[in-house]
Design a protein around this ligand. Structure first.
Ligand code: NAD
Length: 239
């Protein structure tokens, strides 16, 4: 039985990942800022729910009182808007959650992670290409991929792998907020706004959380021992 940590486990992709590991019989710890959301993810599955903000160094360190075999750094935010209207506070907060949060999570994970360990970052197609009106998000997700590629080389001799999953537009709360932003900014109805965001995916539909889970499950598996420093695009061919 593996010990697995999923940050941002109280909703969306993180919730789906945590439930998948739990269903496979792994010992799952989920972390996030709200205990009630974490408990909703657990819903009687026997997960351990731990409150921790990924931007808080001490709170992240406290999660690693025992070592993990698999660590999924999934927590993230995606505020939208043009660069010209982005405040310094919004810029710094996005980098802090999406990039520094992954750094803190992986750094603490490494203190006691043994051979066979798996570090998996929830990156994005925004790690691999630019996009209008989401510059802080894109910058933070490019940063995450830089961290993953560098760390992969550092840990390779320890039998640990470090990889990034790069989804396109996945149907979760973040995606629904992005649709709402486009509706407000361009004065569009829901379907038109959603189709603009989905438009980059050649399959022309939102990705399901379970389609992202499958990539995480693979990277955490024995089958992926030689895959390291990789950005696995789950985007229907967008990348
Ligand atoms: P979501 O909003 O449901 O999940 C994000 C989770 O992170 C939430 O549970 C939130 O509470 C948590 N979180 C935010 N700030 C935090 C902090 N400071 N400390 C701890 N937890 C915090 O959205 P999601 O779509 O499930 O996003 C999960 C990850 O997937 C994110 O990193 C996101 O960037 C990435 N992603 C999402 C999409 C998409 O289209 N939905 C596409 C590519 C990548």
């Amino acid at each position: 039985m593996r010990r697995v940590l999923v940050t941002g486990g109280g909703s969306g992709i993180g919730r789906a990942i945590a439930r998948d590991f739990a269903a496979a019989g792994d010992q799952v710890v989920i972390s996030g800022r709200r205990l009630d959301a974490l408990e909703e993810t657990d819903d009687g599955r026997g997960m351990e729910c731990r409150v921790a903000d990924v931007t808080d160094e001490a709170q992240v360190a406290a999660l690693f009182d025992k070592p993990f075999d698999v660590v999924v750094a999934n927590a993230g935010i995606a505020p939208g808007g043009p660069v010209a209207k982005t405040t310094l506070e919004a810029w710094e907060q996005t980098l802090r959650v999406n990039m520094t949060g992954v750094f803190l999570t992986f750094r603490e994970a490494l203190r006691e992670m043994g051979s066979g360990g798996r570090l998996i970052a929830m990156a994005s197609t925004a790690s691999l290409q630019g996009g209008a009106n989401i510059a802080p998000y894109v910058a933070s997700k490019h940063g995450v991929l830089g961290l993953v590629r560098s760390l992969a080389i550092e840990v390779a001799r320890q039998g640990i792998t470090c990889n990034a999953v790069c989804p396109g537009f996945v149907d979760t709360e973040i995606a629904q907020n992005a649709v709402q932003n486009v509706m407000n900014r361009m004065n569009l109805d829901y379907d038109t706004a959603a189709s603009k965001l989905v438009g980059r995916n050649p399959m022309k539909r939102m990705i399901t959380p379970d389609e992202v889970v499958a990539a995480v499950r693979f990277l955490a598996s024995e089958d992926a021992t030689m895959i390291n420093g990789h950005a696995l695009s789950v985007s229907g061919g967008e990348i």
